[in-house]
Ligand binder design. Structure first.
Ligand code: GDP
Ligand code: MG
Length: 178
């Protein structure tokens, strides 16, 4: 049997947007409320994507790296999940500069990415409209998901948590298309 393809995924976004919670959700189907915000970890995850087993190596960045570290992570990854928090406009405003840096570091290559608006369960505190996320994703020519690391059941398509897996899977597809 052929060796399953490997995809290196780096998760970026301001500290506190829920990067660790999303990764833990993807891996364990659990939500962990408190997670050391300064921690940077890599995880291995296997998933069946379109009838093929794909091995992901996932880098959960801390979101407070200096430029040099950030650039290193950007060189390491094959694909990138850019996360913001729908209840924190400034985290949304961080996305475009991240994307610019990615383009700069990776040029002239195409940069596979997906945009994720997390904490969709906190509708009452929303600061970023769904349409704004959609527009930004259209500008960046990437897929867009609103999701929640803590609501619903991961793996159940159509729920906010099911969307977490969808986002990572779509990123793997995008990487493998190139
Ligand atoms: P990181 O710094 O981006 O890794 O963010 P964390 O994963 O550490 O999450 C930061 C805070 O947001 C923690 O208190 C989490 O419990 C909370 N959090 C993460 N994801 C969600 C979510 O989808 N919904 C809600 N309500 N809280 C979340
Ligand atoms: Mg974290």
């Amino acid at each position: 049997m052929a060796k399953s393809p490997e995809v290196k995924v780096a998760v970026f976004g301001r500290a506190g947007v829920g990067k660790s919670a999303l990764v833990v959700r993807l891996l364990t189907n659990r939500f962990i409320w408190e997670y050391d915000p300064t921690l940077e970890s890599t995880y291995r995850h296997q998933a069946n994507i379109d009838d093929e087993m794909v091995s992901m190596e996932i880098l959960d960045t801390a979101g407070q790296e200096d430029l040099l570290q950030k650039e290193g992570h950007m060189r390491w990854g094959d694909g990138f999940v850019l996360v913001y928090d729908i209840t924190d406009r400034s985290s949304f405003e961080d996305v475009a500069p991240l994307r610019s840096l990615l383009e700069e570091v990776r040029k002239p290559r195409h940069v596979p990415l997906v945009l994720v608006g997390n904490k969709a369960d906190l509708e009452h505190a929303r600061q970023v409209a769904t349409e704004e996320g959609e527009r930004l994703a259209a500008d960046m020519a990437c897929a867009f998901y609103e999701c929640s690391a803590c609501a619903g059941t991961a793996g159940t398509v159509g729920t906010a948590a099911g969307t977490v897996a969808e986002a990572f899977h779509e990123l793997c597809r995008e990487v493998r298309r190139r």
